[in-house]
Design a protein around this ligand. Structure first.
Ligand code: XIL
Length: 738
């Protein structure tokens, strides 16, 4: 199975003896020889054209013992027409691997891109598509039976939030396409080792949770799946949540699965500060440390050999230098760092232990998402609308003022290096005559990158005022002051794909005529004390895109919702003590992922309060609803209130109260009750806690008000954005005891 290191070394020298001198610059023993001592394959992705370059072939064959075809086994290459397969390139790669004693990992049997037109342009019935899938997988895997030992069977099935990606496969076949693919591959080659592969799935989070659940279901059902691949297309500025990665590896290994690091690269911005190069090296070696530490992680593959041929500059404009060898095949710091980890291991001096424990928490609060746009202006179908949900000038009540008085929604997208935004504003009176600029009706955009932040303001009807943002900014209002379109260009970047920045946006309203009159409302998408102008309480904006990964550690942290101490135990929803609690709105309809704002406030709207006394937390929900439905077969479909919370990451509970009723029975071990008033406009609830809360301590939390007006729930409103996944303990937010 495994060939001697010497064989491939000699073979490499035999093909290209002329480069033997070059090679001596690499340390001895080779990378692959050292890795072998830790039972790890070190591999790289490549294409046949690269082999024509002698230095490439030499570097590759001398240092690596595993090969992944970067493109040439994908559908569009290997199956160009419905009745024709083309194995020429794939065979060439396999022959090279055989010659040099390398294992091959085939990539990829099911994916949503790089598919031929004949596959994507036809409308398939489910049974036809199953046949097409079966034929493809069985022909390809059958062709390479005994030669290609590992396969990426399914690639990238899940979205960032854990939902299924809407691909051709998913739309026609539903999630069973995964089981089918693994089954077909196994039937074609029972000895092949079969992987599910994805990006942004190395740490704990909604996406890796969804993958974990699917893997567990398949393992439980006896589906032939043997491992999970973490692509690991990382960024030089980022750190990796080591505790979070460790926990994810542990839970997958507990399912009996192997883990492969399949497409490692760490892209560096062209204008990056030198420290990112050091950080890149640390990331490369830390990943190798994981592979050394966990026997279940036995493949470490980089997405290319040399920066000369990396996919990065093409896919992430403005980035490059992501691999272990530079454009001249010289080993970089990253290579040295990986090499020293392996060397230490081979000398019995390996000391790394993943920090498993309390700091394993993944991000709790979700970012706002900016989608890529086809053009430099907002296309409604391409963006997500979010509400201006909290009046940060409201004092104790942060809920939206009377909607006729002021309301609004906003969306962000990006095009190349430009952030593109749109605000819709509904306001009964417009004032722009104030002596203090910020007291006018205006929109403010807050952006932070690293330690720096900018506030960019536009008074209704005017362009952004002069500001110190280093790029360019431009804003245009519609005649009637209802729509504001703007553009913020990050001139120093080529593309925003994959960037996560600190972000906030505010809509201000002044309704009095005097020049010194002050605003009554400044609406934000997040709660807070109106301190964004000081660079505080920012949310995040994530520029999503293919292979764009959300950092595990948030780049900015919004203010938590406050749970105020109550002077006494409230006895109802109208108890005087509720005056001591904050009131927050429920403005995010998580059942509409493209527009999370409430479409009709009379149809459903609400607010909530939380307070605590001794070891009890109490709450009130105010509910405005025109039609009440409570007779559905599944209670989650009824008009109801659900609360989601956990004391820490190992506990998570969901309590549900259908309108008019007490909480349903649940696994929550302490006392709890829910009481509705006679007309079902107010809910009063109490939850006994594990212990009396201390000021400054928080809970993971969410709360939702559901509305069904006939036979199906159509709105479920939450205090934060998300995709209605809180029932799985995901997309929660934080409350903090004061
Ligand atoms: C990339 C290749 O590197 C590019 O050459 C090609 O143009 C597009 O695909 N995730 C995967 C890989 O699973 O197949 C992708 O490879 C990179 C992201």
């Amino acid at each position: 199975m495994k060939h001697l290191v010497a064989t491939s070394f000699v073979a490499a020298c035999l093909i290209m003896p002329v480069f033997a001198a070059q090679e001596s610059e690499l340390p001895s023993p080779s990378l692959k020889a050292l890795a072998k001592q830790s039972n790890i394959y070190v591999g790289a992705a490549m294409e046949t054209r690269h082999l024509k370059e002698p230095e490439f072939a030499l570097t590759f064959a001398s240092q690596f013992n595993q090969l992944t075809p970067e493109n040439e086994m994908k559908w569009s290459y290997i199956h160009p027409e419905r009745d024709r397969f083309d194995f020429t390139k794939g065979d060439e790669l396999v022959a090279f691997a055989e010659k040099h004693g390398m294992e091959v990992k085939g990539h990829a049997l099911v994916w949503h891109i790089q598919n031929p037109d004949w596959l994507t342009e036809q409308e398939w019935t489910p049974s036809e598509l199953v046949k097409v899938l079966e034929n493809h997988i069985k022909t390809v895997v059958g062709h390479y039976k005994g030669k290609v030992k590992y396969w990426d069977v399914v690639n990238e099935s899940f979205n960032e939030n854990g939902s299924y990606r809407e691909t051709l496969w998913y739309e026609v076949l539903g999630e069973r396409y995964l089981e089918l693919a693994f089954k077909f591959a196994h039937e074609a080659d029972p000895d092949a080792i079969l992987f599910y592969n994805d990006y942004g799935n190395e740490g704990m989070g909604p996406k890796s949770n969804a993958i974990y659940r699917k893997m567990k279901a398949m393992v439980d059902d006896g589906v032939p799946i043997h491992g999970v691949g973490f692509q690991l297309h990382l960024m030089g500025e980022h750190t990796i949540g080591e505790a979070s990665v460790a926990r994810n590896i542990e839970r997958l290994k507990d399912l009996g699965l192997k883990i492969h690091f399949t497409e490692i690269d760490v892209r560096i911005r062209d204008d990056a500060k030198p420290f990112t190069v050091g950080n890149q090296a640390r990331l490369f070696s830390r990943l190798m440390d994981f592979a050394i530490y966990y026997p279940e992680v036995d493949m470490y593959t980089t997405w290319g050999v040399t920066d000369k041929y990396s996919w990065i500059p093409g896919w992430f404009p403005g980035y490059g230098r992501g691999l272990m060898f530079d454009e001249n095949y010289q080993p970089k710091k990253a290579f040295d760092a990986v090499y020293s980890s392996l060397l230490a291991a081979s000398q019995g001096e390996f000391a790394y232990e993943p920090p498993i424990g309390d700091n394993a928490t993944s991000r709790i609060v979700q970012p706002f998402v900016a989608n890529p746009l086809d053009q430099a202006s907002i296309v409604d179908e391409q963006v997500i609308y979010y509400p201006f949900a909290y009046n940060q000038l409201g004092g104790q009540s942060q809920a939206v003022p009377d909607a006729a008085n002021l309301s609004g929604k906003w969306a962000m997208g990006y095009f190349g290096n430009k952030l593109i935004g749109r605000v819709h504003r509904q306001d009964d009176q417009t004032f722009t005559n104030k002596s203090l600029v910020h007291e006018n009706d205006n929109v403010e955009v807050f952006i932070s990158v690293g330690e720096t932040y900018w506030q960019i303001r536009s008074i209704v009807g005017q362009d952004f005022a002069a500001n110190n943002f280093p790029g360019s900014t431009k804003g245009i209002w519609s005649e009637d002051g209802k729509v504001f379109d703007f553009e913020i260009e990050f001139t120093e970047l080529k593309s925003l794909t994959g960037e996560t920045i600190g972000f906030n946006i505010a809509l201000s309203d002044n309704d009095e005529s005097g020049a010194d009159a002050t605003r009554h409302a400044q609406m934000y998408p997040l709660p807070g004390n109106n301190t964004a102008w000081k660079g505080e309480q920012f949310g995040e904006l994530f520029m999503i895109g293919q292979n764009a990964v959300l950092p595990t550690k948030p780049v900015a942290t919004p203010a938590p919702f406050k749970v105020m101490p109550l002077a006494s135990r409230p006895d109802s929803s109208v108890s005087e003590v509720w005056k001591q609690a904050m009131e927050y709105s429920l403005e995010y309809n998580q059942l509409n992922s493209a527009d999370q704002t409430i479409s009709d406030r009379d149809d459903i709207s609400g607010s909530w309060q939380l307070g605590y006394h001794k070891n009890w937390m109490f709450g009130v929900v105010n509910r405005i609803d025109d039609v009440t439905v409570t007779n559905m077969e599944h209670s989650y479909q009824n008009d109801n209130v659900e609360v989601f919370f956990g004391h820490d990451e190992n506990t998570f509970y969901q309590l549900r109260t259908t309108v008019g009723e007490d909480f349903e029975s649940s696994s929550y071990p302490y006392k709890h009750f829910a009481k509705w008033n006679a007309d079902n406009t107010k809910l009063f609830f109490g939850i006994e806690l594990r212990e009396a809360p201390k000021a400054g301590v928080g809970l993971n939390w969410n709360i939702a008000l559901s509305d069904n007006d006939k036979d199906q729930r159509k709105t479920q409103i939450y205090p934060v954005p998300g995709n209605n996944r809180s029932y799985m303990g995901e997309e929660l937010t934080r409350v903090e005891f004061q």
